[in-house]
Design a protein around this ligand. Structure first.
Ligand code: SF4
Length: 248
């Protein structure tokens, strides 16, 4: 078969769901947001609350153009931003790139990614089409990866943070803490982060307590806060607010 005669395969995406709700995390909580939940995540955070979207074959397979139409058709008035979430959006980064480009160029809306940032090369490929980055740092007790791969994950998270800032994106950090998150490890993580970036480059620093599982006490949350505040005053402890008001 010559190249000209080869069938053109339409790009596809494995999609968990698309819905509109109230943003309940991070610096933009309270904004009307469309969530595009990409299927698949290979990390293993024990407190993950989207277990139904972790398998690579969860949700349904759609042609990219059909998902663009779904986004356009379901878009509600006054939507502040469209979130790529998961699962882990970087796994299907090419599809995210196509959709984000469409959202920015055809719909004129803000794009937002929430990611564990496990792969800076993939992050680099989508960053031009993303406006707001929530960079999630995993502590060892999350069990996201086994201990021997933790340093590799951390290095990628740091590199993604630098990439977002270098590209002048609105960038904030989120760290989920539980009652077993190590204070010592958290202190070391803060040192690494603020040895890498300047405070002025950051749009926020969110300490998010685990929800319904191994929840940290208020005293423990304040211990984490006290480690960040002397370096970065705009740190906030914010739980997942959508769960409190019964939103998705
Ligand atoms: S990275 Fe996110 S989606 Fe993946 S297991 Fe952890 S919390 Fe769940």
């Amino acid at each position: 078969m010559t190249k000209q005669n080869m069938p053109i395969t339409e790009k596809k995406i494995q999609l968990s769901e698309i819905f509109t709700s109230i943003e309940g995390e991070g610096i933009l909580f309270g904004t009307k947001t469309m969530f595009v939940r990409i299927a698949g995540c290979h990390l293993k955070c024990y407190w993950c609350d989207t277990g139904y979207a972790l398998a690579m074959n969860s949700g349904n397979t759609y042609p990219i153009n059909e998902v663009k139409k779904m986004i356009k058709d379901h878009l509600q008035n006054n939507t502040y931003k469209i979130n790529f979430t998961g699962g882990e959006p970087l796994i299907q980064y090419e599809a995210v790139k196509d959709l984000a480009k469409f959202i920015k160029e055809e719909l004129g809306l803000r794009t937002y990614i929430e990611s564990s940032c496990y792969d800076v090369d993939r992050f680099n490929k989508i960053i031009s089409y993303i406006d707001i980055c929530k960079i999630e740092f995993k502590t060892k007790d999350s069990q996201a990866v086994d201990i021997k791969h933790y340093r590799y994950l951390l290095n990628n998270e740091i590199e993604c943070l630098k990439t977002a800032i270098d590209n002048k994106k609105i960038t904030f950090i989120k760290i989920v803490v539980s009652n077993s998150t190590s204070i010592k490890e958290f202190r070391e993580l803060i040192e690494v982060i603020f040895n890498t970036i300047k405070c002025d480059d950051l749009a926020g620093f969110i300490i998010q307590p685990t929800s319904t599982i191994n929840e940290p006490t208020v005293n423990r949350l304040l211990q984490f806060y006290d480690l960040v505040y002397p370096i970065y005053n705009e740190v906030r402890i914010i739980p997942q607010l959508h769960k409190i008001i019964g939103a998705r």
